[in-house]
Design a protein around this ligand. Structure first.
Ligand SMILES: Nc1ncnc2c1ncn2[C@@H]1O[C@H](COP(=O)(O)OP(=O)(O)OP(=O)(O)O)[C@@H](O)[C@H]1O
Length: 482
């Protein structure tokens, strides 16, 4: 694949330059929960990188990023396909970790100081900048905790462990094994992990450096010092006056290696990768489940007896250790920040799409209507009025009739907008087609993106353009119509 990208770098640039920067519509589905921020950080391309950047943050739409990928076409030149993703906060290659700290993490520290549970996860493919980000954030957290600006006296205790599969090791005690055992309250205890009390930022820094040097590393295709384990830094902030604890977790997740990267490794590494991917998948379900539970609890329209989402934290060692972060009936308040780290290189475009898709899946938005939905791409049924309004706004050629949305040139007709399904007819697709409104909307967006990529002059009129399709372009467009 890398050879394919290298061979077609010039065509890639040409196709990307043709793209009209007009933003595609994103549906404002609601507001993000204040207790859950999903962000993405795009790291700079490294100097020895032979590939161009495939990731383009939109200048006109905040926190939306486009990924342009090159695809082989069996009948002609490679074609471009575009994908867009939305997060709560987006950090460009120029952003510094200090800026990320200010915007995402600075709030978590006083929150934990005052008895809450603040958790930060750095997620992303191997070599995408997770450790780079978390290690600087740990220093900044240490500075804030120790600089005397926070009110009251607290004792700070620190534990750092490393989780590889179901095995845990103490990174502050020369990788001594740690047993993860459930206590009578159902909480997982890290038995054997040493907890150190720290009194100043230098002590904290020494512990963090010690942990880094003991972190289990193994060579991977992408990053020679890649971390093949989850590193969990737990800072317990005890209020001696009340005896209560606040917690701050800084978690540098294991790199999500793609299948391409594991191809050159043996069975052990493949199993290790499967375990990592499984624990990341369970983590995703737990973060989403918790966010949905929070949204339900905070929703003014919550129906009495409404079922709480299932949070499968028992399915992996990582989420068992973090049970109280995900427990929907836990007494302590929680705030969670996710930083999806992305390598912008065209050669890494596949894993980058997966990382951003993962980030989008974590977002649970609370719509103004009170009805809970997740991100805009997750199936949502549009009302008749919403769908009609969207079509009218987005098809300016030919004019739209209020009752039948018709394209004069292609003969496409949309009718029966009264339910959750839409019927449409067009000359090239004989017969009446019935589709779910959501699927139809996605299809239209795909067609518009394709039209932009092909350099057609009027992406909004793409339905009429489908009749004029010729040569290599026809199949790609037809796929969207089918
Ligand atoms: N924002 C950045 N600015 C400059 N260099 C960066 C940035 N992010 C990452 N890097 C560099 O990229 C390389 C890989 O970063 P890092 O080790 O943090 O990746 P990782 O995601 O932790 O990988 P793994 O999962 O394999 O441990 C390092 O050399 C790091 O210095």
């Amino acid at each position: 694949m890398e050879q394919f990208y290298l061979k077609n770098v010039a065509r890639y640039h040409t196709l990307v330059e043709r793209i009209d920067p007009t933003p595609k519509p994103r549906i404002p589905a609601g507001t993000a929960s204040p207790n859950m921020v999903v962000s993405a950080r795009i790291r700079p391309l490294s100097q020895d990188e032979d590939f161009p950047s495939a990731i383009y943050p939109r200048s006109v739409q905040q926190n939306v990023v486009d990924i342009h990928d090159l695809y082989n076409h069996p009948k002609g030149n490679p074609i471009l396909k575009s994908f867009d993703y939305q997060v709560d906060q987006l950090f460009n290659p120029e952003s510094t970790t200090d800026e990320i700290y200010e915007r995402l993490v600075a709030d978590l520290v006083p929150f934990a100081w005052n008895g809450g549970i603040g958790t930060l996860f750095a997620y992303g493919q191997t070599g995408s900048g997770k450790t780079f980000t978390v290690s600087r954030l740990e220093q900044l957290v240490a500075e804030t905790l120790m600089n005397g600006t926070l009110e009251g006296d607290r004792e700070i205790h620190m534990t750092i462990i490393d989780l590889a599969g179901n095995a845990a090791f103490d990174l502050l005690s020369k990788r001594q094994p740690v047993s993860l055992l459930e206590d009578s309250f159902g909480f997982t205890q890290m038995v054997g992990a040493k907890e150190y009390q720290v009194r100043n930022k230098e002590e904290m820094k020494i512990l963090v450096e010690q942990a880094t040097s003991f972190r289990r590393t193994a060579s991977t295709f992408k990053n020679d010092a890649s971390s093949r384990s989850h590193a969990i830094c737990r800072i317990r902030i005890k209020d001696p006056a009340t005896g209560t604890d606040g917690l701050l977790y800084l978690i540098d997740l294991a790199g999500s290696e793609g299948a391409r990267d594991v191809a050159s490794h043996g069975a052990d590494r493949m199993r290790e990768t499967r375990e990592i991917n499984n624990s990341l998948s369970v983590l995703k379900d737990c973060i989403r489940g918790k966010a949905e539970a929070d949204a339900l609890q905070s929703s003014a329209r919550r129906k009495p007896g409404a079922k709480m989402p299932h949070i499968p934290f028992r399915r992996s060692a990582l989420t068992k250790v973090l049970k109280h972060v995900f427990d929907p009936v836990g007494a302590q308040k929680c705030k969670t920040v996710v930083i999806a780290c992305v390598n912008p290189s065209l050669a890494d475009v596949g894993p980058s799409k997966n990382t951003l898709r993962f980030a989008e899946l974590l977002r649970v938005l609370i719509p103004v209507s009170g009805k809970m939905v997740s991100d805009p791409m997750v199936p949502v049924t549009w009302t008749n009025a919403e769908l009609r309004e969207w079509i009218m706004q987005n098809f300016d050629t030919p004019p739209i009739l209020p009752h039948i949305v018709a394209s004069r040139e292609s003969g496409a007709q949309f009718f029966n907008l009264t339910g959750t399904e839409i019927e449409y007819r067009c000359q090239k697709c004989p017969g009446v087609r019935i589709e779910h409104a959501k699927a139809f909307r996605s299809k239209i967006w795909g067609m518009q993106a394709e039209a932009q990529n092909m350099g057609w002059p009027n992406p909004k009129g793409v339905l009429s353009q489908t009749d004029d399709r010729v040569g290599e372009n026809s199949d790609a467009v037809e796929n969207f119509v089918r």
